[in-house]
Design a protein around this ligand. Structure first.
Ligand code: GLU
Length: 469
């Protein structure tokens, strides 16, 4: 028996907006890697930036994660509540001579920044070697006393070994002048205290990994493994932006993508198992390894997403699809019959194969929700104005009233029988019957349409149309 692994991953969103698909994929990769190794997946809300963090964003992020089924294996940690602990770590570094108080004014810092830029080096503070007593009671920040020589290696699980020259890394601010900890410090202390062994995140944080490695070392913490995953790009290869359409997970949910389809699709963005386009959650867990994430940015591909979503719609429980579809119909403000949910449950199994999204399923089910008497479209009215067709539809209504078994197979056979009895092809029956039953809305084949509507509704729609016409 293998022991439970001690792998701990985490997703650490900054709550400044909605959960984007890039963040969702980062969370998913962390989740899959934890499950794959039998480890733990944790969530930490990085809310130290009090101006940009909002309760709405915290809620949006958790809603998105819950929808995707990516829940934390422990109570989520809120970074801001840990500020005392962060300050304590800074104090340790001050005590060990690995940090210093810097009294540079804003103007002095600007001058140093310019100088550093023109000399092509990192910003250094003169206070690195000065006695802090000289600063008196002036405001100060606490900076990390980084090494001036040598290099820092980030042996990244995705990118491979990446080397940083220490002289190019400036002395990070650890505590702001108001005593609040900065991002890089808080991340290191929290990841350490949470026992995080694998930091898997967007590759926009790769440079931070070098700075954070130095902080881990200065605090005598074990450095975790890093895996920096490439960003998601739009279909055109450019960085994902508003013009590419939806970005927030909630928008994908609103657009009618199922959570399981989203999980499957997001897992395929930058990672894969051979050519397998579709796989179950269990397979993803079995196969996923962060070391197999590709280096190149992944491209959002709507056609693939639609294909995968169609697959999961076909697998999905009809009652669940009916509920989701009803929500879309309600949102459209249409007048709905009292038994709309029942009607949808009867209709959806007959046509879900053809739907790529829930709104598409809603479009396909409009015919079933129409209330009698239906308004007939112009084409159907014209077809019915023909006396022969009118008479044939009346005979069809009688014929259908005598049908024993109101299900697809028998109904199909009855329609054929009726056409044969009338001595015409189905082409002489189809357009009129379809128009009468659907009121011009899209509908599946005739037998399916009849089966979905049920006997009373079908015959009722026929009679309404015949009396009206
Ligand atoms: N809070 C950071 C962000 O949302 C992530 C930090 C990390 O994963 O280390 O970009």
């Amino acid at each position: 028996m293998s022991e439970r692994s001690s792998v701990v991953t985490r997703f650490a969103p900054s709550p400044t907006g909605s959960l984007h698909i890039g963040g969702a994929r980062t969370a998913l990769f962390n989740f899959l890697y934890a499950r794959h190794t039998g480890g733990k997946f944790l969530i930490r809300v990085e809310d130290t930036d009090r101006e940009r963090s909002t309760p709405d964003a915290v809620k949006a992020i958790f809603d998105g994660l819950d929808w995707l089924g990516l829940t934390s294996d422990a109570e989520p940690v809120f970074q801001f509540t840990r500020a005392d602990r962060h300050r304590e770590a800074v104090q340790q570094m001050l005590d060990k001579g690995r940090a210093y108080r810097c009294f540079m004014t804003v103007e002095e810092l600007e001058i140093e920044r310019e100088k550093a830029r023109s000399e092509g080096r990192a910003i250094r503070s003169a206070w690195r070697g000065r006695d802090p007593a000289e600063g008196g009671d002036k405001p100060y920040v606490v900076r990390f006393k980084g090494p001036l020589e040598g290099e820092t290696l980030v042996d990244d699980l995705v990118k491979g070994p990446v080397r940083f020259q220490n002289k190019e890394l400036d002395d990070l601010v650890l505590l702001r002048s108001d005593g609040n900890p900065t991002y890089n410090l808080a991340v290191v202390v929290d990841d350490h205290d949470m026992g995080v062994t694998h930091v898997i995140r967007g590759d926009d944080h790769l440079n931070n990994a070098a700075r954070q490695t130095l902080l881990y070392q200065a605090l005598d913490f074990e450095v975790p493994a890093f895996g920096h995953i490439p960003l998601i790009h739009g279909p055109d290869g450019a960085k994902l932006s508003k013009r590419h359409g939806a970005q927030a997970v909630a928008e994908f949910a609103d657009m009618g993508y199922l959570a399981e389809a989203m999980r499957n699709y997001l897992a395929r963005l930058g990672w894969g198992h051979g050519d397998d386009e579709i796989f179950t959650d269990a397979q993803a867990v079995e196969w996923f390894d962060v070391a197999d994430v590709v280096k190149a940015p992944a491209r959002l591909d709507w056609a693939k997403l639609n294909h995968i979503n169609n697959h999961y719609i076909r697998l999905a429980d009809d009652a669940r699809l009916a509920e989701l579809t009803l929500k879309v119909h309600r949102g459209r403000d249409a007048r709905l019959p009292a038994d709309a949910a029942e009607r949808l449950r009867a209709t959806i199994p007959l046509l879900k194969e053809g739907a790529k999204t829930i709104p598409e399923l809603a479009d396909l089910t409009i015919f079933a929700l129409k209330m009698r008497p239906l308004a007939l479209d112009a084409k159907t009215q014209q077809v019915l104005s023909d006396a022969e067709t009118h008479g044939r539809m009346a005979r069809l209504a009688d014929h259908l009233a005598g049908v024993q078994s109101w299900t697809h197979g028998p109904l199909e056979a009855e329609l054929k029988d009726f056409a044969a009895k009338e001595g015409v092809g189905l082409g002489k029956i189809g357009p009129a019957l379809r128009g009468i039953l659907s009121g011009g809305a899209p509908a599946p084949d005739l037998a399916s349409t009849l089966a979905a509507l049920g006997r009373d509704e079908s015959i009722g729609r026929l009679q309404d149309a015949l009396f009206k016409a």
